[in-house]
Design a protein around this ligand. Structure first.
Ligand code: FES
Ligand SMILES: [Fe+2]
Length: 395
């Protein structure tokens, strides 16, 4: 969708008014940013087509030949583990007449197009184009699949449709996840929810703990104290009780994710679910909740201006038995149901054409202000030219 010039100048004015504002001047976003098809299309272009977007877990494409198909802002993408074990991503579109090469998850020794059976190697190169005859200028070297940039962070696969985007950089808070040793955890349960709200309602909800005592009153009250750091694409928050057994309160106050001493924080195990945890928001669509021996990832896929697919993977260490796992999952489920209910209720306000014109708490909503800042920065970029991929080829 293209925006009309008037709407563009409104957006430009709104973005200019929000550029580089300090947290104490942070305000809620305009209501139509959560409901308008036109604004949604701009976000898909400027945010989802130009940022590192979580599309799955690298477990999903582990052995060579494994693949996973998905869409990012409507663009079909195929993630593949090639014969050398390298993770690759391509546009999921045959270089003949554009048919998708694969659907869902699977494993294959080569990628054969279902339409006219052109065959691609796992590295995306065209191996065979049976029956193509002799089109002028054609040879198999001209028609490799269009490559998409891909990397991994905390077991999540991230892709970026923008060939010009900077390499993925988690920033100084990235090492804060290391003590949780996610690689040793086993994915046991996956959940999918269709949520009746704009993706940003969920993103904001995850990036603050202000609502926890009210929306999740079953959780330990101590969780209300909620240190938080923001840097690069990450908001990193953790529960107050999460501290090394042998380190003073003062040390806790000065120990932050990625800093010396933080590695001992994760050693503290809790007798029950959710009495300690660390929470990472990786802008724009990936979240990771980490506890001792248990972690849950969460990905947001906008499916319309007012709906979002939420996918979660729950993983545990071997030290947690079936009973504990069931308890963790049930506790998570309750929390998610409570979050979805309040998020859907907030969305109804925006659907009604109302803006809150609200302020953000300087104590408890710094994470919200920060993801808004990242959003404003992303929206301030130009759109990617459509058809840019096709211009990469000389054929
Ligand atoms: S579209 Fe793939 S072989 Fe024709
Ligand atoms: Fe919540």
């Amino acid at each position: 969708m293209r925006t009309d010039p008037l709407a563009r100048s409104d957006l430009a004015r709104e973005l200019a008014s929000r550029a580089d504002i300090p947290p104490e001047r942070a305000r809620t976003l305009p209501g139509h940013w959560y409901a308008s098809a036109e604004h949604h299309a701009i976000e898909m272009d400027r945010v989802f087509r130009r940022s590192w977007i979580g599309v799955g877990l690298d477990d999903d494409v582990r052995p060579s030949g494994s693949y996973l198909s998905t869409t990012v802002a409507g663009v079909p993408v195929l993630v593949v583990r090639d014969e050398q074990g390298t993770l690759r991503a391509f546009l999921n579109a045959c270089r003949h007449r554009g048919a998708p090469l694969a659907d869902g998850h699977g494993n294959a020794r080569a990628l054969q197009c279902p339409y006219h059976a052109w065959v691609y190697r796992l590295d995306g190169s065209l191996a065979r184009a049976g029956g193509v005859g002799a089109p002028e200028g054609f040879d198999t070297g001209c028609c490799d699949l269009f490559e998409v940039r891909v990397t991994t962070f905390a077991r999540s696969i991230l892709v970026n449709l923008d060939p010009e985007a900077p390499d993925f950089d988690p920033g100084p808070l990235g090492p804060g996840i290391d003590p949780y040793d996610l690689a040793r955890l086993e994915v046991v349960i996956r959940d999918r929810y269709e949520c009746a709200c704009n993706w940003k309602v969920l993103l904001e909800n995850y990036s603050e703990n202000y609502h926890t005592p009210f929306v999740h009153s079953q959780l330990p009250a101590a969780g209300y104290e909620y240190p938080m750091r923001e840097a690069g694409p990450i908001v990193f928050a953790w529960d107050r009780p999460l501290q090394p057994r042998d380190v003073s309160e003062e040390a806790l106050a000065t120990s932050a994710p990625g800093e010396p001493g933080w590695e001992r924080v994760a050693e503290r195990s809790a007798p029950e679910s959710f009495t300690n945890g660390a929470y990472v928001t990786l802008f724009p669509n990936t979240m990771i909740s980490m506890f001792a021996g248990y972690a849950a990832t969460m990905r947001l896929t906008p499916t319309s201006p007012t709906t979002t697919l939420v996918e979660r993977e729950h993983m545990w260490g071997h030290e947690h038995d079936e009973r504990r796992r069931r308890a963790d999952h049930a506790a998570t489920r309750l929390v998610v149901d409570q979050d979805l209910a309040i998020c859907a209720a907030v969305q109804r306000t925006y659907d009604g054409g109302i803006s809150a014109h609200g302020v953000l708490s300087t104590e408890h909503e710094r994470g919200v202000a920060y993801v808004h800042r990242l959003l404003v920065d992303a929206l301030s970029r130009d759109e990617l030219p459509r058809g840019g991929d096709a211009s990469q080829t000389s054929f």
